[in-house]
Design a protein around this ligand. Structure first.
Ligand code: SF4
Length: 335
């Protein structure tokens, strides 16, 4: 896949500015004390048409919440999302139907995302029915085409099967067919291969890459797996406790990680040759929840490169340190 950088010559399909989501939570022994969980905090990025942006980070870093806000399943606390030049916050009523044709989501768990009482045909044709697209004959043809496109053949043998009659890989392929049946321009894929056996994961990843090229869609691909992000994505944004800490081309992030957190993530990926040793940054402690965090670098308590300015200054903004390579770190930006 060619690396696409959003610029004026290539108008982005997704523009996110200052996206924020805070959840009210209880704290203390009886959870009576009110506090705010900063799940996503002042996140900004763009996705070009036909581009795949990977959002990478550990569980609880805010990547799924970001994806859910993009498809309007969760309302933001603050910030702005434009998709195909539409302000997502202002969409409602009839506009929601058009929005659901433009934007779709593939969920992590194919067991939960498919209604067990519906047949494969009903599951895939439902978005066509809801949006009044085509006649019954057209819909049958479209469902058959989508099933064969996602590798479920012969399609008519699967029309009247229920999700429990399918394997995990087939279920996720049906979920992908359902998401693509309305020809969306933008897909949020939330760890779509993480619940699958390793043996079928590669097949589904190859399918997603082929479909992205054939249909020319843009993806926000959410994953905790850097190897998957490297395979599928043009660019990678690394998230830590609700903030994007590094963003660059996929190969650049993998081969030249700059932020200490990205370096730690990459050092955790096993190497095929056990004789090769990596310099592993000494990360202290574990991931905490960003509940009413102080307004300084979120990685400060664990960072092996921390200096006094890191605790003296406000949270570092993402800044470009080389063309297309952005990092949120006082020390790296000051170099
Ligand atoms: Fe580490 Fe300081 Fe950079 Fe944060 S700003 S990542 S604490 S060096």
């Amino acid at each position: 896949m060619a690396l696409l950088q959003p610029d004026k010559a290539c108008e982005p399909i997704v523009v996110v500015r200052g996206l924020t989501k805070h959840f009210l939570v209880g704290r203390g022994f009886f959870r009576k004390e009110r506090a705010w969980l900063h799940a996503v905090d002042d996140v900004s990025f763009e996705i070009a048409r036909g581009e795949v942006l990977g959002l990478v980070g550990e569980s609880g870093c805010g990547k799924t919440t970001t994806g859910r806000m993009l498809v309007k399943l969760t309302d933001p606390t603050a910030g702005c999302i434009l998709i195909d030049n539409e302000d997502v916050a202002a969409i409602g009523g009839q506009g929601m139907r058009e929005f659901r044709q433009t934007v779709q989501m593939i969920f992590q768990d194919p067991y939960e995302s498919l209604d067990p009482r519906m047949t494969v045909f009903d599951i895939i044709s439902e978005p066509l029915n809801v949006n009044h697209i085509g006649t019954l004959v057209n819909r049958e043809e479209r469902v058959a085409y989508m099933l064969s496109r996602v590798g479920i053949t012969p399609p008519d043998m699967f029309f009247f099967r229920f999700p429990h009659e399918l394997s995990g890989g087939q279920r996720q392929r049906v979920a992908i067919a359902r998401a693509l049946v309305v020809n969306p321009k933008f897909i949020v894929a939330d760890e779509p291969t993480s619940m699958l056996d390793v043996s079928i994961r590669t097949g589904v990843m190859k399918l997603l890459a082929e479909l992205q090229e054939d249909f020319g869609m843009s993806y926000l691909y959410i994953t905790h797996d850097l190897a998957v992000a490297r395979y599928l994505c043009d660019r990678i944004a690394v998230m830590y406790l609700g903030k994007i800490v590094e963003m660059a081309g996929a190969e650049e992030v993998i081969k030249n990680p700059l932020h200490p957190y990205t370096q730690a993530l990459i050092s955790a990926v096993p190497l095929p040759d056990p004789a090769i040793r990596r310099d592993v940054p000494n990360i202290r402690g574990g991931v905490s929840k960003p509940i009413d965090p102080p307004p300084i670098c979120r990685f400060h308590p664990r960072c092996p490169a921390a200096r006094s300015i890191c605790s003296d200054r406000d949270y570092p903004d993402l800044a470009e340190v080389s063309p297309g390579h952005l990092v949120a770190c006082h020390i790296l930006v000051a170099r």
